[in-house]
Design a protein around this ligand. Structure first.
Ligand SMILES: [Zn+2]
Length: 154
């Protein structure tokens, strides 16, 4: 997967502090933060598939009434956080299905997204299998590309 250049400017400190306190994630662990138009990480880099994920948070924040308001809700409301992330992971998964030719690579992406969405970073709000099912959902509805888990593992 290609690496793309993003900002390495810190998002507001209160967000870093809250994310660190709640999820045990540090700025230097190179997690990507979206704050309005700012998409940033410690290294100033991210994998290309995140171009289908992070800018969607920008859009969500705009629609929700601003980045600060969105981040406050995101930090305190598990259901909200899950819904917002699920939308972005679905977009990201659709992107890899369209753009990566190698089925194993697509499958590995799906596994890592489900792992992330069910993991510590978002407060362990869903099981791995449920995350897997949810991320795939939209793709099962538009059957134009039929890579299923069964195909991908064989
Ligand atoms: Zn996200």
């Amino acid at each position: 997967m290609k690496i793309v250049k993003i900002s390495n400017k810190k998002p507001p400190q209160w967000i870093l502090d809250a994310v660190n306190e709640k999820f045990g994630v540090e700025w230097k662990s190179s997690v990507i933060f979206t704050y309005g138009e700012l998409i940033t990480s410690y290294t100033g880099m991210m994998t290309e598939d995140l171009l289908a994920h992070e800018p969607h948070h920008t859009k969500q924040q705009k629609e929700f009434g601003g980045a600060d308001k969105w981040w406050k809700e995101y930090l305190k409301n598990n259901q909200f956080r899950f819904e917002q992330e699920l939308e972005c992971y679905r977009k990201q998964y659709q992107w890899v299905k369209r753009n990566l030719k190698n089925r194993n690579e697509v499958f590995n992406c799906l596994m890592s997204y489900a792992h992330a969405l069910s993991g510590k970073l978002y407060g362990e709000i869903i099981s791995f299998n449920e995350a897997l099912k949810q991320i795939k959902k939209i793709n099962e509805e538009n059957k134009n590309n039929t890579t299923s888990i069964r195909n991908a593992t064989s």
